[in-house]
Design a protein around this ligand. Structure first.
Ligand code: NDP
Ligand code: MG
Length: 390
């Protein structure tokens, strides 16, 4: 059997680090490449520890510095640069698996390169699928790549469907659960004052800052609606949002006979990561087991659409053309970055995205280059709108 060789895109992030921790539980994989964007020092430490064939960094200067540091320590890792470097390690003929764990639209080109070259693609980078939907799924089908969902809800749905992405006529609905984030109970009047630190303090999950804000606004669940509809080739109106504050049930599938199948586990991404790494087998993940005798409560409620208006917007977009999904994602990335780094008030995030989505002209997108160009247009539109705020 061919050895399993993995490139981890976004190795310094939350998912990247959890992936490396799961890989320590198995001898099945060679680590072929580790990539980061800016955190060169952290990537250097990972190279010392895991000795990958390649590392990739965002800038040429940082890559040269890292190459020199590694060479001085006798480490043979070759350091590549930027998107070309990412695409190379994602599509390299010796690689069997690619963990797509870059955050945001920056992950699209390399994740698509992995899809086009027939890899087993472990998909955490939901933004890539939201942006490229039909184009991405066609590339997977054409190359014979295998796409395995890492996102916990989608991984749960995949397991509930019986380890397949096929949704047949026997499925009546998919229940996409979400915790409701840190502001589920916050009085609406107090949301005006919340800070990036408040928004990133998720009650159950420890994640990167962008997805933490997405969880607070529930845009994350909106992106996941679009992600699920592509992954499982299912119309978005068959997918329902369900708030489940404890994050123990990771999603459910209801069949026409009334059976509901759920997947449960600790809120720890090492479980879905281990599931995709070992698929179709199973492996240990290092995650603590669920102790049902100590679970006080599993509760469920419908979302409050006044508190989470982006859920309504995402559903509207999910039913529209692909270009609207590109705009939704781009406007969200720009607005969230402005909230995290430039003082945009929390309550301006949703109206900013709504305005840009309603302003943008739908356009037919046929290639990844079309998507990337339109993504840039949408980012420019959002930045122009932000520049009009005082
Ligand atoms: P992090 O912010 O923790 O990590 C992001 C990684 O991507 C880092 O390695 C970062 O490098 C790298 N990166 C950032 N921007 C670029 C870019 N433009 N080009 C190349 N590399 C880049 O994010 P998470 O791990 O939290 O999330 C990763 C993806 O997984 C997201 O799409 C998220 O939605 C998804 N996801 C995450 C979950 C979680 O629990 N964290 C759960 C489900 C899905 P550097 O460190 O140098 O900045
Ligand atoms: Mg998720």
């Amino acid at each position: 059997m061919k050895p399993k060789r993995i490139s981890i895109l976004g190795a310094t992030g939350s998912i990247g680090t959890s992936t490396l921790s799961v890989l320590e539980q198995t001898n099945e994989f060679d680590i072929f490449a580790l990539t980061a964007h800016k955190r060169a020092k952290e990537l250097g430490l990972l190279c010392e520890r895991y000795r990958p064939r390649y590392a990739v960094l965002g800038s040429g200067d940082a890559a040269r510095d890292l190459a020199m540091t590694l060479a001085a320590k006798g480490i043979a890792t070759e350091v590549l640069v930027g998107e070309e470097g990412l695409k190379r390690v994602a599509s390299h003929s010796e690689v069997s698996h690619v963990m797509a764990a870059i955050v945001g639209g920056g992950g699209l080109a390399p994740t698509f390169a992995a899809a086009e070259s027939g890899k087993t693609v472990l998909l955490a980078n939901k933004e890539a699928l939201v942006m490229a939907g039909s184009i991405f799924m066609s590339a997977i089908a054409a190359s014979g790549a295998q796409l395995l969902p890492v996102d916990s809800e989608h991984n749960a749905i995949f397991q509930c469907l019986g380890q397949t992405a096929a949704v047949g006529a026997d499925v009546s609905r998919i229940l996409l659960t979400g915790s409701g984030g840190p502001f589920l109970q916050t009085p609406l009047a107090d949301l005006a004052q919340v800070t990036p630190e408040d928004a990133c303090r998720h009650p159950n999950w420890d994640m990167g800052r962008k997805i933490s804000v997405d969880s607070a606004t529930m845009m994350n669940k909106g992106l996941e609606l679009i992600e699920a509809s592509w992954l499982f080739n299912v119309p978005s109106d068959k997918i329902e949002f369900l708030i489940h504050p404890q994050s123990i049930v990771h999603s459910m599938v209801e069949f026409i006979d009334g059976s509901v199948v759920a997947q449960l586990g600790q809120p720890d991404m090492r479980t879905p990561i281990a599931h995709t790494l070992a698929f179709p087998d199973r492996q240990a993940s290092g995650v603590e087991r669920l102790d049902f005798s100590r679970l006080a409560e599993l509760s469920f409620q419908s979302p409050d659409y006044e508190r989470f208006p982006l859920l309504t917007l995402a559903r509207e977009v999910a039913e529209g053309p692909l270009s609207q999904s590109v705009v939704l994602n781009a406007a969200n990335e720009v607005a969230v970055a402005a909230f995290l780094n430039a003082g945009l008030p929390y309550l301006q995030i949703a109206p900013t995205i709504q305005k840009v989505v309603h302003q943008a002209e739908p356009l037919e997108l046929l290639t990844i280059d079309d998507v990337l160009a339109y993504d840039q247009t949408a980012r420019d539109l959002t930045n122009n709108l932000l520049a009009t705020y005082d």
